[in-house]
Design a protein around this ligand. Structure first.
Ligand code: ZN
Ligand code: MN
Length: 471
């Protein structure tokens, strides 16, 4: 029986904000511009005498995140200097927030949030042979930092949190939050202890994680490594470790025997902010302007009676999610929407994957699914027309249905004629039915559907067959 260990995990997430200009100057916010040092000025390259001006749009974006996660937006906030030297931080300090973050508290995906603050990104260094180069396009790009409470229980919970945060940032349009491109960077603080009441104070910080999968794998690896250390009696050190995706391991980057001394102090070049004095930053206004949030959308779709995986597909996928919303705007008939959701999440992606094509317009799709819902089209007929629409036809589903004889026949007299024909053509199966083999009914329905070239209503065929077979 193996011993039980307790894991304490907290996350720190940095996200580049999608503003027009940088955090303290008018330079274009384009950190990945091809030409190095093409978006720079005296401010973001830290020339003596240059002065920063805070970007209101960036402040607003962080408040939007804060309001969405139910955090508190204190009225007073200020920017601080975090002093350290590195070639990618030309001022010799990073402007960040220390004592008075823009957002305190809140919750996301079941994880309590400590704070969200606003700071600036660093330049990008690349180390070649014989020389190191610095590209300042990223220097001064607005960066949001979100810190969670140490309440994340395991790798799965951390992964789910990071995915939900990415979805929120994209929904709010505050960041593209692409992890592979470094637009969203997750750092994991993790420690394992034998006593749940005495978590290890010497936690390990894991950096350089560039995907959700890597977040989960790094946590799993680190838990195992730390358990082994406890079992081997190896003393713990507080350290920063990097994640190596190729080997699936973490490696020591630097030991942190003492807390780093950043000597934070309020930046004298920037004014202190009173949010209530800035009309555009009115939190009530920002709250009222929020788009539908992922969890709100989930609840709305669930209320329609959609399956959980269908809901999640529509919440996660921007293209199909907004297509579904447009269809909802054209007709809000619940049964039609359930039909639409199924075809949107299964059939259309399937058709596109199989033979390419285009996603049909919401108008054409709504018309099609209304016909399905009203029984004018069978599911076979719906699929046939859908395939034509995906191939790119702009003709209306109604015209297509008539042209290809797909209008489902609901006329009992016409269908009864087919039923009689099929019953008299299959005497052996009729005997089987009469001897109690109920499953044979579906054979008859199939034959009737075939005879009607898929245009008969299968439900009606069943009813009529039962009548005729009893005779
Ligand atoms: Zn600049
Ligand atoms: Mn930071």
């Amino acid at each position: 029986m193996s011993k039980q260990y307790y894991t304490t995990i907290g996350l720190e997430v940095h996200a580049e904000l999608k503003t027009a200009s940088k955090m303290w100057c008018g330079c274009k916010n384009d950190p990945d511009a091809k030409e190095p040092n093409s978006h720079i000025c005296p401010v973001c390259t830290a020339q003596p005498g240059s002065l920063p001006v805070a970007n209101k749009e960036a402040v607003k974006k962080v408040i939007q995140v804060g309001v969405a996660i139910g955090g508190t937006i204190p009225d007073f906030t200020e920017f601080d200097r975090k002093n350290y030297f590195y070639p990618d931080i030309p001022k010799g300090y990073q402007i960040s927030q220390y004592k008075y973050p823009l957002v305190s508290g809140g919750e996301l995906a079941g994880v309590k949030i400590t704070r969200v603050h606003l700071e600036e990104d660093t330049a990008k260094s690349s180390h070649g042979t014989g020389a190191s180069l610095v590209d300042f396009n990223r220097a001064g790009v607005p960066l949001m930092e979100l810190v969670t409470e140490p309440v994340v229980k395991d790798a799965k919970m951390a992964g789910a949190f990071a995915r939900e945060l990415q979805l929120l940032l994209r929904t709010l349009k505050v960041s593209d939050a692409n992890m592979e491109q470094g637009q969203m960077r997750v750092e994991v603080n993790i420690s394992v202890s034998e006593d749940p009441n005495k978590p290890q104070s010497k936690y390990v910080e894991v950096k350089n994680i560039a995907s959700f999968k890597a977040v989960e794998k790094a946590i799993e690896y680190e838990i195992e490594r730390q358990i082994k250390m406890i079992e081997d009696g190896t003393p713990f050190v507080k350290e920063t470790r990097g994640w190596d995706d190729a080997t699936g391991t973490t490696f020591s980057q630097r030991k942190k025997e003492t807390a780093e001394e950043y000597r934070y102090f309020p930046d004298p070049d920037l004014p202190k902010l009173y949010i209530s004095k800035i009309p555009e930053l009115n939190t009530d206004l920002i709250r009222s302007e929020l788009p539908e949030l992922p969890w709100q959308k989930r609840a709305r779709l669930k209320a329609l009676g959609l399956k959980e995986e269908t809901v999640e597909f529509l919440v996660q996928d921007e293209t199909y999610g907004s297509l579904f919303d447009t269809i909802t705007g054209i007709s809000n008939k619940k049964a039609m929407l359930v039909t639409a959701a199924n075809y949107l999440t299964v059939d259309i992606p399937g058709l596109l994957q199989k033979s390419g094509g285009v996603i049909p317009s919401a108008e054409l799709l709504t018309e099609l699914f209304i016909m399905t819902d009203e029984g004018v089209l069978s599911s076979r007929g719906t699929k046939d027309i859908l395939a034509m629409l995906v191939e790119g036809t702009q003709e209306s589903p109604k015209v297509l249905a008539e042209k290809h004889g797909l209008i489902q026949k609901n006329d009992p007299e016409a269908l009864r004629a087919i039923v009689r024909e099929i019953v008299s053509a299959n005497p052996k199966q009729v005997l089987e039915w009469k001897s109690g083999k109920e499953s044979i009914l579906m054979f008859f329905v199939g034959q009737c559907m075939k005879a009607s070239k898929g245009s008969g209503n299968p439900g009606l065929f069943q009813e009529l067959l039962k009548e005729e077979l009893l005779k």
